[in-house]
Design a protein around this ligand. Sequence first.
Ligand code: NAG
Ligand code: NAG
Ligand code: NAG
Length: 270
Amino acid sequence: MSPIFSLFLLSSIFTTTATTAYPSVPGAFDPTDCTLSSGDENLIPIRREVYADGRIFDISHRITNDMPSWDKKDGLGQFLWLPSSMKNGSLANNSEMKLPTHTGTHVDAPGHVFDHYFDAGFDVDTLDLEVLNGPALLVDVPRDKNITAEVMEALKIPKGVRRVLFRTLNTDRRLMFKKEFDTSYVGFMKDGAEWLVKNTDIKLVGIDYLSVAAYDDLIPSHLVFLEGREIILVEGLKLDDVQPGIYDVHCLPLRLLGAEGSPIRCILIK
Ligand SMILES: *[C@@H]1O[C@H](CO)[C@@H](O)[C@H](O)[C@H]1NC(C)=O
Ligand SMILES: *[C@@H]1O[C@H](CO)[C@@H](O)[C@H](O)[C@H]1NC(C)=O
Ligand SMILES: *[C@@H]1O[C@H](CO)[C@@H](O)[C@H](O)[C@H]1NC(C)=O
């Protein structure tokens, strides 16, 4: 076989694979549509909150410069850089990112508030994926209170429920869409956290602002939740426009060795 012919064969195999299995058109989402058009109408990426005809909800927030960041007035700020870019002659674009591990929708590992757990290595890589994935209850909590023991008791969450996402006034106030960090968000008071630990089987606690603990009980509530190293806290969830009820939740943190927090992608499936 001539070298030219084999080269041709090779490239035709590659072309076929590329157009069928992995359409190489940016923004393409329909694998059955293989029309390779150079028209601009195909270059508009689609960003979605809901997939599969309303069955899959993305409950993670998009990470943006303007999203709120802990204790910051001006939001997260720039978190992405492009040290090598095609515009400047590189073969490909390669971005770098720098951001607090507790940015946006994120998970807390036990090392977050217990230094001896941190030193012992209880990082996000050690979190149980079984807890982070499975049937979950999305509940609305009363809008006029933080989550106290009394509120927890009144919610009457049945025994056996292991994953609960608490939707609060934070969602109504759209706090995760406001740049300025707001200490008046709703979260767990210490007695609410204690009530949950003592009286329920909940192992995954999700909430709709940057902390499950109310600002006034910030460290005490975290200590109560994380001491047993069984409960996983997912914070900064996007719970807008989802009906309360039972779903399958899927949350996957990054395997950041040594990190007590990680951005996390969470979805609900109906
Ligand atoms: C490459 O980076 C430039 C910015 O320098 C950007 O405008 C362009 O869209 C990127 N190209 C691709 C293929 O991602
Ligand atoms: C390209 O290089 C110029 C000059 O070094 C720099 O000012 C510019 O920001 C670079 N652009 C990108 C997209 O990397
Ligand atoms: C919840 O607690 C915070 C302080 O941590 C407070 O500013 C806020 O007003 C409380 N929210 C409600 C609804 O009681």
